[in-house]
Design a binder for this molecule. Sequence first.
Ligand code: ADP
Length: 262
Amino acid sequence: PVVIESVVSIKEPAKFKAIKHIVLIASGKGGVGKSTTAVNLAGALKNEGAKVGILDADIYGPSIPMLLGLVGAEPQTKDNKLLQPFDANSIKAQSIGFLVPSDDATVWRGPMASGALNQLLNETDWGELDYLIVDMPPGTGDIQLTMSQKVPASGTVIVTTPQDLALADAQKGIAMFNKVNVPVLGLIENMSHYICTHCGEANHVFGKDGAEKLAHKHGVPVLSHIPLAIDIREYSEQGKLIASDNSAAISKTYSAAARLMA
Ligand code: ADP
């Protein structure tokens, strides 16, 4: 294990004064749709007229470049020496994937990844933002704990599927954020159900009511139930945000979640 204490920290809090809210999007397990949800919440907030940035801090598998159609982009600095975030349909985006080569998996856990995380946090020229959405690495290890302690977050949204295994890990996430006094704004149940394209029936592929029970136990709301939908995957793979496409029914689901979160 890599000692990452003190590595991920806000070095100049003054710089973050121009950011009204930092919201951490977290999950206990990988693969539950955390990144997909993070970018679409960012898109929904932008649609509401907010100035939004997204920081991909998922060192284990940064997917924001793909989700925003920015694969292969290289961050540039300007005269002020700060890294310039990319503009993805008016969302300012920065990703650890731009700084650490993805072809050498071993470096993700090393000092290079932690140094890069710090650089992203402290040296990106975010400018004024209403929301900075942070796509956290999944899990509750050292890196996640240190980040949630050191980043001045307004709160966290925990993404889970209704499956018992995911819920058990989501519970660990809630416990971690409680420990470091970061308010849990709510849970998002992703891949909640699948609507049969033939008969329209909702099938609860990964189980039912799991997020409600967990939310009830911890006194936090369920912000949304997002279906398992082919559209969501297809838009993601094309680097487009379904939440920004008003003609897609699911965009309303993300908007409603974003409003509850904000
Ligand atoms: P995580 O960030 O939790 O690892 P991702 O956001 O990368 O998860 O999603 C994992 C996979 O599941 C991706 O292929 C993504 O397109 C797909 N996915 C996520 N949410 C949904 C959904 N609601 N419906 C269909 N596919 C989804």
